[in-house]
Design a protein around this ligand. Sequence first.
Ligand SMILES: [Zn+2]
Length: 278
Amino acid sequence: MEDFPLNSIFLTPKTRSPLILMYHGTPNHDPSSIYSIRADLFNEHVCFLKKQGWHTALFRDLHNGSALPRKTVILTFDDGYADNYDGAFLPLMENNMRATWFITTDCIGKHSDMMGAPLPMLTAEQLRQMKKAGMEIGSHTCAHPDLRQLSYQQQQAEMIQSRQILETIIGGKISTFAYPYGHYNEDSITALNDADYQLACTTTIRPDGFNRKNHPFLFRRVPILANDSVTTLALKLAFAEGYYWYLPKMTYPEKKWARYFYRRIKDKWIGDRQATPE
Ligand SMILES: [Zn+2]
């Protein structure tokens, strides 16, 4: 099948680096964007991860990824929506889990219409509390631009200024970054390096598969969408996007094989007997 990244199916949780999930808002009502998820559904995700024995790490922990337990997942939240405080931060705290927040600094304590409707954003005080509680704060630029449209100097200014603002707020070092919209170019990577960041993540699908050979500034994330049930979460945990994303495009023998493979590993890795792929 044309451009089907078979290696992303072969990469089981045993052979790839920990999966990084990308969340956005966690409102207590139906979200205005498919990139956000209701707080009660997020809570189901948290309970599932805990029940199945998943360890949560911070994104910056991938700097030394070999020390992490094999069943590790990294939860990340983009932009800094205020509903993350009650809808994600507190439930994670209650369950002794950790996560990374990538903050757009121009929006701190204000409203942002990045999701179509104006939504309140996390305040500086909330970010301080989250950092104190063991969560990671990373940069998501100042103004959330498409970095590909900016010069090297403009990109570096976004990276350095956002980091300085966040470091002033939380009183610690910021070493990680997420590209707005997942978009980057070669200048972005050079600028991050020159601005002394250690790791960055994107959402762009990589032709060489899923983080098998990690580039420190190109960690791939799997988006979690508004209707992602626990079953879909389990599928994404098992196959990254390889299975979930490409299954509809597979021809019959590939589908049959993928199902066989899925059944073989599901009990061991995710243990969700209801998570039958369709
Ligand atoms: Zn964003």
